[in-house]
Design a protein around this ligand. Structure first.
Ligand code: OGA
Ligand code: NI
Length: 373
């Protein structure tokens, strides 16, 4: 366990960062283990560099305009003539903000509450039981990890994650921890169905046939990431999740009532407020690439907080671990002389390898695949 000698006033001359990271990793107890041990000060490797903190302060210019409100889109009347209006709102939100919330999406509130409770039950298992699932192995379908980019990132995040690849090859439920097995399987089924609906709306928003994105295998695979953000003793000095954009086509995020998720919009951070019963939807890097920048994959982050734990369940639509050889580039049907392709074609493997090698470093992986002007 990380000891008091690693508090942030540790002597820089003798501080061995890699050793401290390794010690934390070897504990297999994650951030929750640290929080439970009662640390009052953060180990040094959680500290945001001063230049990151400085970048958050408002500049000397005029006061920021009134903050954006994240669009909330009602999916309740798609079958009853509400479809064109929903498509128009999805287009506007995906193009302008990259984030929206959906209500009346068909997943009962009870299921949302229960899957978060199941995820919490996993994270709150006795440390020795949870340690059995701790892994950094790239090929594992079910694993518990703290900070997938622990050794690559500038600083660690105050967050633990249970990661489960649910499809396209069906996951044997027995691979899931018993405390959350049934609910993860149930939620996976329901969120996949919602994903299909959203990809249809997004296809129509691009002026394509409803099944276009599904036929490109955008909805074929998904992973569930259950994040646990323990209460943090010094939230201003670290982050729950460093700013990033998502390495997938689309993310459907279920967050609890605590808040802390923010998106970067027109040079300022805007809260994505918890809305009871709603799900947060955001465009991932791969959908920005194939939509040739019509849809935006935007920066977002999660603040650490004195209040916790905060739970969230992210569903990433992508073909993680699946040996797809399909190449993805800007969709031909939306290109024209005025709108030439902005990206080269890539395989999903190439994208994920690059994203993971970089870690959450505050830059966009997409830049790497952009064609020179
Ligand atoms: C993510 C993410 C936000 C949250 O998993 O990529 O941005 O609220 N999660 O946990
Ligand atoms: Ni994200």
């Amino acid at each position: 366990m990380v000891g008091a000698d690693d508090a942030h006033d540790a002597d820089p001359a003798t501080y061995d960062r890699h050793r401290e990271l390794k010690r934390f990793d070897d504990s297999k107890a994650g951030v929750k283990g640290l929080a439970d041990s009662g640390v009052a000060r953060l180990p040094r490797f959680f500290l945001r560099p001063p230049e990151d903190i400085a970048a958050d302060r408002p500049g000397p210019g005029p006061a920021a305009p009134a903050a954006l409100e994240i669009p909330v889109i009602d999916l309740g009347s798609l079958a009853a003539g509400g479809r064109p209006a929903a498509v128009a709102r999805v287009l506007e939100a995906a193009r302008e903000v990259g984030f929206f919330q959906v209500v009346n999406h068909g997943i009962p509130e009870g299921v949302l509450a229960e899957v978060l409770a199941a995820g919490r039950a996993f994270h709150e298992l006795p440390a020795e039981v949870k340690a059995g699932y701790y892994s950094r192995e790239a090929g594992r379908r079910v694993k518990f990890t703290s900070n997938f980019d622990l050794y690559e990132s500038k600083h660690a995040n105050w967050r633990d994650t249970m990661f489960c690849v649910m499809g396209p090859e069906p996951l044997d439920p027995l691979e899931l921890p018993p405390v959350c097995r049934d609910m993860m399987m149930e939620y996976s089924k329901q969120v996949k169905a919602l994903g299909n609906t959203l990809f249809e709306l997004l296809s129509e928003a691009l002026g394509l046939k409803p099944d276009h994105l599904v036929k490109m295998d955008c909805a074929k695979g998904h992973a569930l990431l259950c994040h646990y953000y323990p209460a943090c003793p010094e939230p201003d000095l670290t982050m729950g999740t460093t700013k990033h954009s998502d390495p997938d086509f689309l993310t459907i995020l279920l967050q609890d009532h605590i808040g802390g998720l923010q998106i970067y919009y027109r040079d300022q951070w805007v809260d994505v407020p918890p809305v009871a019963g709603a799900l947060v939807v955001n465009i991932g890097d791969l959908l920005q690439l194939i939509s040739n920048d019509i849809f935006k994959s935007v920066w977002h982050r999660v603040l650490a907080s004195h209040v916790g734990p905060r739970l969230s369940m992210a569903c990433f639509f992508t073909l993680h671990l699946y040996p797809s050889t399909r190449m993805y580039g800007p969709i031909k049907e939306i290109l024209s002389e005025d709108r030439p392709a902005l990206y080269r074609e890539i395989s999903l493997r190439e994208f994920v390898t690059y994203y993971d090698s970089k870690g959450l470093d505050g830059t966009s992986a997409l830049t790497h695949f952009r064609l020179a002007k």
